[in-house]
Design a protein around this ligand. Structure first.
Ligand code: NAI
Length: 342
């Protein structure tokens, strides 16, 4: 299963004759924030999927051109554009997976939490529309701070009476993608084989790579554990600083989000062997939301893989305890936001 899930599969390319091959069952995917830095490359990657019949692109501006451009690719899915709140309902009707990268990205010196007020409102409004128009869809939240925006989405869905915790996901795939890449580099492993579960949340020290659970089984000395953990936790900031004011990770994020979409579609399609780390409502710890590896199925989260939590190292146990207060506060901040601004 690791070979299937630890990389976005270029299967579409392998089968190329003159077109990507259509697939028996196909799904509709909507991207909200589709004209943005993440939205555009994400739309391109999803346009390549043989599992997609329709790609609905929504933004408050500039989405017409993105859709016109993408629609010329001769892959099976039909691309439709939707601009502004008055077109949002039509964008969402009949959709199987909704991906939300709408919002503002970080600039140097900002934490993910600095984005809270702007993105909290955006996510609240968009998820209200999801609740009204496609309450049964898988919802993938990318907008930061994910540690708060996922609880915000959950509260909105509860208010609307349509909350299904098995279908609301915070996208933390980029943390896994980074962990796999950095570990493979450091240990000189073949990238396609490497899989590192990353648990906790999606900001700073709440990002906890479980290096002791790396597959294939790999040993790290204390210095390597410390260096790799800190690099994985701060990898987003590496990109924010390199972009020097022009935004945060977009291309690697689009790649990671496309992998999570593809995994969700394979699960919806009945593949019984789909595993991803994601930030969900969880009873793995005492915190109400927690990222961990889950098995995905047609109804969303089918099982939480608690096996990753057996036999943690002392370093991991300590880091797990250390992240809990921050993650708890971020979750509570999200819940409080919706209660204050219903
Ligand atoms: P961007 O500014 O390039 O794009 C955001 C897009 O959202 C823009 O096209 C904008 O018009 C649109 N938008 C704003 N308000 C909207 C609304 N009410 N409805 C629909 N669309 C709206 O930003 P970028 O770089 O694409 O980042 C987007 C978000 O993703 C940020 O919050 C960023 O922090 C987050 N992010 C999350 C990561 C993760 O691992 N989960 C990694 C990297 C970024």
């Amino acid at each position: 299963s690791q070979k299937i899930t630890n990389q976005l599969q270029p299967h579409a390319f392998q089968k190329i004759t003159n077109q990507l091959q259509p697939h028996a069952s196909t799904f509709k995917v909507a991207i909200l924030g589709a004209a943005g830095g993440i939205g555009q490359p994400l739309a391109l990657l999803i346009k390549m999927s043989p599992l997609v019949s329709a790609l609905h692109l929504y933004d408050i501006a500039n989405v017409k051109g993105v859709a016109a451009d993408l629609s010329h690719c001769n892959t099976p899915s039909q691309v439709l554009d939707f601009t502004g709140p008055q077109e949002l309902a039509n964008c969402l009707k009949g959709v199987d997976v909704v991906v939300i990268p709408a919002g503002v990205p970080r600039k140097p010196g900002m934490t993910r939490d600095d984005l809270f007020n702007i993105n909290a409102n955006i996510v609240k409004t968009l998820v209200q529309a999801v609740a009204d128009n496609c309450p049964d869809a898988f919802i993938h939240i990318i907008s930061n701070p994910v540690n708060s925006t996922v609880p915000i989405a959950a509260e909105v869905l509860k208010q609307k009476g349509v909350y299904n915790p098995k279908k609301l996901f915070g996208v933390t795939t980029l943390d896994v993608v980074r962990a796999n890449t950095f570990v493979a580099q450091k240990k000189n492993l073949k990238l396609i084989d490497v899989d590192v579960p990353v648990v906790g949340g999606h900001a700073g020290i709440t990002i906890l790579p479980l290096l002791s659970k790396t597959r294939p089984s790999t040993t790290f000395n204390d210095k390597e554990v410390e260096e790799l953990t800190v690099r994985i936790q701060n990898a987003g900031t590496e990109v924010v600083e390199a972009k020097a004011g022009a935004g945060s990770a977009t291309l690697s994020m689009a790649y990671a989000a496309a992998r999570f979409v593809e995994s969700s579609l394979r699960a919806l399609d009945g593949d019984g062997d789909v595993y991803e780390c994601t930030f969900i409502q969880s009873d793995l710890t005492e915190l109400p939301f927690f990222a961990s590896r889950v098995k995905l199925g047609k109804e969303g989260v089918e099982a939480v893989l608690s096996v990753d939590f057996q036999g943690l190292t002392e370093y991991e146990e300590k880091a797990l305890e250390a992240l809990k207060p921050e993650l708890k506060a971020s979750i509570e901040k999200g819940v409080a936001f919706v209660q204050k601004h219903p």
